[in-house]
Each structure stands twice: as C-alpha cells, then as structure tokens.
Design a binder for this molecule. Structure first.
Ligand code: CAA
Length: 261
C-alpha cells in the first residue's frame, strides 16, 4: 500500500476500502495536498477489483473543519479563477463509480460539510457539528454547499443556514434527511458504516454501480428523463452474468455467488 501524509487507507472488510482523513492538528482542514491524496486513494479504490464500496471517515473530533483557511487567505481572484480552485474536490463525484459512504463525527464545516454531502450515503453521530460558516469569513460555500444542502433539506432552511453560518447537529441532519442515520457514539457510527458497506459489498458490483448511477441521475434530470434513464440501465443489467446468477439462485433458494460480470 502507498503511504500518504494526510490520509490513511485500509480495507476493513472484504470488498470495502476506507480512506481516513488524518490531519489531526488542523482538524482535517482540506488543504490542496490533502485533497490530492484523497483523490489518488479514491481513484485506486475505484479501479481495485477487490473493492466494491468506499468509506470516507475523519476522526472522532473532526470529519473535516473545512477548506484550509490559512492556505486560502492570500488567494487572489485571478489565481482562483484561472486555476479553478476547488474544482478538483468534485473528482469524488465525477471520477468514482463505486458507492462512497461518509462517516461524520465531530466537525463537518464548510468544505467538510460539502465533502460529506458529495458522498452517496451520509452517516453521522448525533452530536456531529455540521454547518456552512463561510459567510463569517467574508465568502460563501464553494464546493457545492449551496446546491447540495438546498436539494437535501429545502431552500428556506438551507438559505437560513448559509446566511447565518449557524451549525446544526447530527440529530438535525438525520431529521432533515441530510443524513441517512445518526448514531449515538463514534464507535456505533464506525460499526454502522462498516456494516452497511459490507452489506452493499455483498451484492453484484455491476448492480451496485448501476444503482448509484441512476439514483444520482435523479439529481440532474427531470422525472420523465430520469425514469427513462433508469429503465435503460435496468435493461442493461440483463446483459450481465450476475442478473442470471441472482435470479437463478432465488428460484433454487440458494445464495447467489456473484461473478461481478
Ligand atoms: N483551516 C485551517 N486550519 C484550521 C481550520 C481550517 N478550516 N479549522 C481549524 N483549523 C486549525 C486551527 O487554526 C487550529 O490550529 P492551531 O492549533 O495552529 O491554532 C487547529 O485547527 C485546532 O482548531 P481550534 O483551536 O480552532 O479548535 P476548536 O476546538 O477551538 O474549534 C472549530 C474548532 C469550531 C472547528 C474551529 O477550528 C473553526 O471554526 N474552524 C474553521 C471552520 C470554518 O470556518 N470552516 C469553513 C472554511 S471555508 C470553506 O470551507 C470554503 C468552502 O466552501 C470550500
């Protein structure tokens, strides 16, 4: 395994790859070198045959406290614009076909909240601390926060949070539908996320990737086009070996042995 400076990688269960953000002194602030390593690790897991599902986690104290404010402070408009600052953060959503589960404990602020929202399933602790506090720094969310938070929890609440910079708890995140589940402790969170990852990794990789693709399309397309897109991908699953294997196993009351083909 490659060694990184700002992240750790592991394979906690068969079929599951985990990236743990590991810049504890800065509460996992998302500097450019950290994001570069994260992208590298995600790309490797995405192409690894023995990985079906990816977990992105932080520490108990912080998932990530945002973009690196000290790195951003001197940035000029022309630098930001010409180098398309922060665009590479979206590699997570554009380059990775396998499902990504976020495990959020502690702070998930600014870019940390945005990174968590880019993941496919968001799990958190009840007392996780989410927020988009950029307004307090004289700026605004820059990694999709205004779009993803609004889609997830509705315009009025998202507007309130982004304009006031107020944070919200993991309990709220679950109640509002931003998080799929809030757990009472960090240990319970990590156990829960690993268990869900293991469940998903137990299915056909072809079906998993198709399922993620069509759910994500719902965020981009109108209903008629979205339903049609889903049907096309559904039809294409009948070209896989695993569809035959899965349905035959059901009829024979056996466990499906996937080929991932
Ligand atoms: N960037 C750089 N360094 C950060 C950081 C960040 N986003 N967040 C925390 N740190 C550093 C602190 O500077 C501190 O470093 P030193 O020990 O060298 O002083 C260290 O991490 C520990 O932080 P605190 O001492 O502040 O810890 P705390 O427990 O008192 O407070 C906190 C925790 C409330 C999260 C506080 O650190 C904080 O408010 N952080 C900034 C949160 C923020 O504004 N995030 C949004 C950034 S902008 C953005 O993300 C843009 C975008 O949309 C992409």
């Amino acid at each position: 395994a490659r060694s990184y400076e700002y992240i750790l990688t592991s394979k906690p269960k068969p079929g599951v790859g985990q990236v743990t953000l590991n810049r504890p002194k800065a509460l996992n602030a998302l500097s450019t070198p950290l994001i570069t390593e994260l992208n590298q690790a995600l790309r490797e897991f995405n192409s690894a045959d023995d990985v079906s599902v990816i977990i992105v986690a932080g520490s108990e104290r912080a998932f990530a406290a945002g973009a690196d404010i000290k790195e951003m402070a001197p940035l000029t408009f022309s630098e930001a614009y010409t180098k398309s600052f922060i665009e590479s953060w979206s590699d997570l959503t554009t380059q990775v076909k396998k499902p990504i589960l976020a495990a959020v404990s502690g702070h998930a602020l600014g870019g940390g909240c945005e990174l968590a929202m880019m993941c496919d399933i968001l799990y958190c602790t009840e007392n996780a601390n989410f927020g988009q506090p950029e307004i307090k720094l004289g700026t605004i969310p820059g990694a999709g926060g205004s779009q993803r938070l609004t889609r997830a929890i509705g315009k009025s609440k998202a507007m309130e949070l982004i304009l006031t910079g107020k944070s919200f708890s993991g309990i709220d995140a679950e109640k509002w539908g931003l998080a799929a589940k809030a757990f009472p402790s960090y240990e319970a969170l990590m156990e829960g996320v690993t268990k869900t990852a293991e469940t998903i990794a137990g299915y056909s990789k072809v079906a998993i990737i198709g399922a993620k693709e069509v759910v994500n399309k719902s965020q981009e397309l109108g209903l008629r086009d979205g339903v049609e897109y889903e049907r096309r991908v559904f039809h294409s699953t009948f070209g896989s070996q695993d569809q035959k294997i899965g349905m035959k196993a059901f009829a024979e009351k056996k466990k499906a042995e996937w080929t991932h083909q």
